[in-house]
Design a protein around this ligand. Structure first.
Ligand code: SF4
Ligand code: SF4
Length: 306
């Protein structure tokens, strides 16, 4: 007899702190993979070569967990009631990276949830990911009804906005599947109009080569000179397309998780230039900012201010 159902999973996930929970059937993602392949052909992944690998796993969750039946998609809000100073002397850090690294927080929550579900039914098998594996995390979030993909390609929920992290549990259990949410972008083009580098090349398509987030975090090389003067003081990541979105302006809610409260919100040029390796390691040990390494952070500061 089935010991787990939607209601039980939702109540466990909520008590652990997840804000959004949905269920999608583990099927092959033919249409979505076709779109991914077109995006890759255009080289919009820039230097993120890992996007080209394991396409078969991205397409079919059964390539990851052979008896996969469902994806439990989970959202965790990271928005806090704080803002950048907008003082031009400061380089801004993207909102998602103000506090503790979300991987550390979400891995712990996923482990707890999966353990609790396994303790109810020892036949429950699962593998979970927080944007680190070959999983189409946004696609599953949409299919599980967490929200719709906005024209800026982030997932938007009508009640909470788009400031949330997505994680997914692939599991061998069948559930009742969630209804998908229609696209409520309508005629709006606020994100496309506000993007200072025209990185949203068409609705729902971002060219990473032009995106400040990619350039300041993922790019391991120099930032292309044609982007100089266009970064609007973004030192690590970029929130512009989400900041201007009417759904975030009207409906975004904040988290009570103080781990996401700002420790690193903005820095002056001289603060960054003076940091040495030892200080960087200690200061950002538990921060997503460590991803760009000290050399990347200094490169970004020079690109913005020199
Ligand atoms: S993150 Fe910034 S640069 Fe990238 S698409 Fe959004 S507004 Fe444009
Ligand atoms: S700014 Fe407008 S077009 Fe862009 S994601 Fe938000 S609602 Fe959609």
């Amino acid at each position: 007899m089935k010991k787990l159902d939607n209601e039980l999973v939702i109540s466990k996930a909520k008590s652990i702190g997840f804000d959004l929970i949905g269920f999608a059937k583990a099927v092959e993602l033919s249409e979505e993979i076709e779109k991914l392949n077109i995006w890759l052909e255009k080289k919009f992944q820039a230097g993120m070569n890992y996007m080209e690998r394991n396409i078969h796993k991205r397409k079919n969750p059964k390539e990851i967990l052979p008896d996969a039946k469902s994806i439990i998609s989970l959202g965790l809000i990271y928005n806090t009631p704080f803002y950048h100073s907008n003082n031009k002397e400061f380089g801004k850090i993207s909102r998602y990276a103000w506090g503790k690294d979300y991987h550390l927080i979400i891995w712990e929550k996923l482990e707890q949830l999966e353990n609790e579900l396994k303790s109810i039914d020892s036949d429950f098998k699962s593998i979970s990911y927080v944007d680190t594996g070959p999983v189409m995390d946004k696609v599953w979030a949409v299919r599980a009804g967490l929200g719709w993909m906005g024209k800026h390609t982030n997932i938007i929920n009508r009640d909470t906005g788009s400031w949330f992290f997505i994680s997914n549990i692939i599991c061998n259990y069948e559930f009742e599947y969630s209804e998908t949410i229609p696209d409520f972008c309508g005629d709006c083009t606020a994100c496309i109009d506000a993007c200072p580098t025209d990185a949203i090349v068409q609705p729902y398509v971002v060219d990473s080569n032009k995106c400040i987030s990619y350039q300041t975090i993922e790019n391991k090389n120099e930032i292309p000179l044609e982007l100089k003067g266009k970064f609007e003081n973004w030192l690590f990541g970029c929130d512009i397309c989400q900041e201007v979105c009417p759904w975030n302006k009207k409906f975004s809610i904040t988290t009570s998780l103080t781990d996401f409260y700002p420790k690193h919100k903005e820095f002056t040029y001289s603060e960054i230039i003076q940091i040495d390796e030892e200080t960087f390691k200690n200061k950002f040990a538990e921060s997503p900012i460590k991803r760009t390494k000290l050399s990347g952070l200094k490169r970004n500061a020079k690109f913005l201010f020199e």
